[in-house]
Design a protein around this ligand. Structure first.
Ligand SMILES: Cc1cc2nc3c(=O)[nH]c(=O)nc-3n(C[C@H](O)[C@H](O)[C@H](O)COP(=O)(O)OP(=O)(O)OC[C@H]3O[C@@H](n4cnc5c(N)ncnc54)[C@H](O)[C@@H]3O)c2cc1C
Ligand SMILES: NC(=O)c1ccc[n+]([C@@H]2O[C@H](COP(=O)([O-])OP(=O)(O)OC[C@H]3O[C@@H](n4cnc5c(N)ncnc54)[C@H](OP(=O)(O)O)[C@@H]3O)[C@@H](O)[C@H]2O)c1
Ligand code: SF4
Ligand code: SF4
Length: 509
């Protein structure tokens, strides 16, 4: 009975290095790693030793005889990734079985512990996943200490304020970050915004190097008519509201209508739709903000349309999240017409499994009760408004623009991606919303900015899972340490006196 990777996999690859028989793929050095939706265990090679289970920070790996209810499909999904031609009805696979390749990996290569002549101090701006993975990497070196500056009163960024409250396994990653933060060589200064409470120049004077890990906190704006009408909002603020983010505590979305539309069909759109109609009762024992729970308990919303502008084969949500939605008590439907012209055969096994599940959900019947409709091939054109100027629908055209229709909706949430903000004093690529860099070293018009580094969403743009930030931060920290060894980092002119970790404890993590 092999082990199986399930929905909450966040792609940090910790299991890969724990496995004695190298049966978890893609590994970080394989080309598919950067784009893979999760990692998969090869059922024919797994020897069931369980080593990966303890390595996984989010409890995503289970023995196949103990797969939780609603996650059963993951046994097939893991196998699909390795299925050879002819097996499981497939013609291709991502990782065709090749026993010669299945030799144990070389033991994980820990970076050589560097011991510098004098203590080295690194400042990190932000305490989200990218910051915490960077801190963890740096702390492998005895003479390095880290100060983390976080603008909010509670740390860990989107791991706390983004991940949905009902993703309880994924939220366990907070425990891992908590362990990292408890290292005596880490100090976290909460409620300390760089640029408001302390300047970037202050940081550069205090530390040998500064890593900017501030994330991509704003949402991309949908430029259509009446987008600012009452009743229209962004997924960014709605997510912040249900997760208790202090910036969105007073949002008070209007849930008195029957229908809502979410524009965009990434994983954030699925989170938002599920929270809206997944039933307040199952959220009661989660970390959801009490105010949001109360509002959802009296919500009238029955139908949420999740709107994709392209076809189902281009849906931005991932298969694990679709399975998590469709197999866990939420009614999800699609339109059969969206599957007539889909090129099933051109897709790899996992992409095809996603499409097949979407086609399984198709129905022509009218649907009543709480449900989510995954709609495709429709582009938003304008928000339609009632006599008081409030949103009452979304005007959409089909692909090709031959047909316009209005989807009735009293609540419209745009979920079209996040965006980084410029940081005063640092270069900014306005087109991509990122800080330009070379392997994590901040560069300004091709020239390196001494002592400045970048990691996470503000480095590579707003995509990827929590674990994706681990490899990303690894690259940045490797550059920083190489510069330190090469004597390229300026000595801090104003070495700080280390404060007390009480700041962190007081803030009630
Ligand atoms: C709604 C949502 C749900 C998600 N759910 C999942 C999931 O279920 N599973 C998964 O694997 N991935 C999920 N992700 C993706 C994951 O959250 C991101 O990959 C990850 O959080 C990015 O990390 P980061 O450190 O770059 O940014 P962030 O997590 O945004 O952290 C940035 C931190 O910097 C702080 N900061 C910003 N500016 C300053 C400043 N000037 N001074 C001090 N502090 C500052 C912010 O307050 C924040 O704490 C989700 C993302 C979103 C948006
Ligand atoms: N459980 C999880 O693992 C989890 C949960 C949440 C988020 N995340 C990750 O966090 C990252 C961000 O997620 P996200 O959902 O914000 O972003 P995303 O995956 O990039 O999805 C953005 C969506 O917006 C659409 N869009 C963009 N511009 C549009 C426009 N002008 N009109 C209509 N639609 C438009 C895109 O359509 P096109 O594809 O056509 O451009 C896409 O469907 C992703 O990598 C995601 O996987 C993971
Ligand atoms: S149970 Fe053992 S052999 Fe199987 S994937 Fe996990 S670590 Fe590898
Ligand atoms: S979260 Fe990390 S350790 Fe767990 S299954 Fe996914 S890649 Fe492996």
């Amino acid at each position: 009975m092999p082990h199986v990777v399930t929905q909450s996999c966040c792609g940090d690859a910790s299991c890969v290095y724990a496995c004695p028989v190298n049966c978890i793929h893609p590994t970080p050095d394989e080309p598919d790693f950067a784009t893979s939706e999760m990692l998969y265990i090869d059922p024919t090679t797994c020897v069931d030793c369980g080593a990966c289970v303890s390595a996984c920070p989010v409890g995503a790996i289970v023995p196949s005889h103990r797969i939780p209810l609603g996650q059963e499909r993951f046994a097939d999904i893991n196998a699909l990734a390795y299925a050879a031609e002819g097996q499981l009805g497939l013609t291709d696979a991502r990782f065709p079985v090749d026993p010669v390749q299945r030799l144990p990996l070389a033991p994980i290569e820990h970076p050589r512990a560097l011991d510098f002549d004098e203590p080295v101090s690194v400042g990190i701006v932000g305490s989200g996943p990218s910051a915490m993975y960077a801190a963890d990497d740096l702390l492998r070196h005895r003479s390095v200490s880290v100060t983390i500056y976080e603008r909010l009163r509670r740390p860990f960024g989107l791991a706390r304020y983004g991940v949905a409250p009902d993703h309880t396994r994924t939220r366990k990653v907070i425990d891992l970050f908590d362990d990292i933060a408890r290292n005596p060589r880490v100090e976290i200064l909460l409620d300390t915004e760089v640029g408001r409470d302390i300047t970037l120049d202050d940081l550069r004077a205090r530390h040998h190097a500064v890593i900017w890990a501030g994330g991509a906190p704003t949402d991309r704006r949908l430029e259509i008519e009446n987008i600012d009408a009452p009743g229209v909002g962004s997924a960014t603020s709605f997510v912040g509201w249900y997760n208790g983010h202090p910036d969105f505590a007073s949002l008070d979305p209007d849930l008195s209508h029957r229908s809502a539309v979410v524009v965009g069909n990434g994983n954030v759109a699925l989170d938002v739709a599920r929270i809206l109609v997944g039933g307040a009762q199952r959220l009661a024992k989660t970390s959801i903000a009490p105010r949001a729970l109360a509002a959802l308990e009296s919500s009238s919303i029955e139908q949420v349309t999740v709107l994709g502008r392209r076809g189902p084969e281009h849906a931005a949500f991932t298969l694990p999240e679709l399975v998590g939605l469709a197999d866990n008590g939420v009614r999800v439907v699609t339109d059969p017409a969206d599957f007539t012209d889909v090129p099933f055969d051109d897709l790899d096994a996992v992409a095809r499994a996603k499409l097949e599940l979407l086609a399984e959900l198709a129905t022509d019947e009218p649907v009543s009760g709480r449900h989510i409709r995954l709609a495709f091939h429709h582009t938003p054109q304008a928000v339609s408004v009632d006599g008081f100027g409030a949103a009452d629908g979304l005007v959409v055209t089909n692909t090709g623009g031959t047909h316009t229709t209005t989807l009735p909706a009293g609540l419209i949430l745009t979920s079209v991606g996040y965006r980084g903000r410029p940081v005063p004093g640092l270069p900014f690529d306005a087109a991509r919303g990122v800080i330009p860099h070379d392997q994590g070293r901040v560069v300004d018009e091709g020239r390196r900015v001494p002592g400045m580094y970048v990691t996470g969403w503000i480095k590579r743009g707003p995509s990827g899972f929590i674990g994706t930030n681990k490899t990303d931060s690894g690259e940045t920290v490797a550059s920083l340490l190489a510069d330190l060894e090469a004597g390229l980092l300026p000595r801090p002119s104003h070495q700080q006196t280390r404060g007390s970790r009480a700041t962190l404890v007081r803030a009630g993590r």
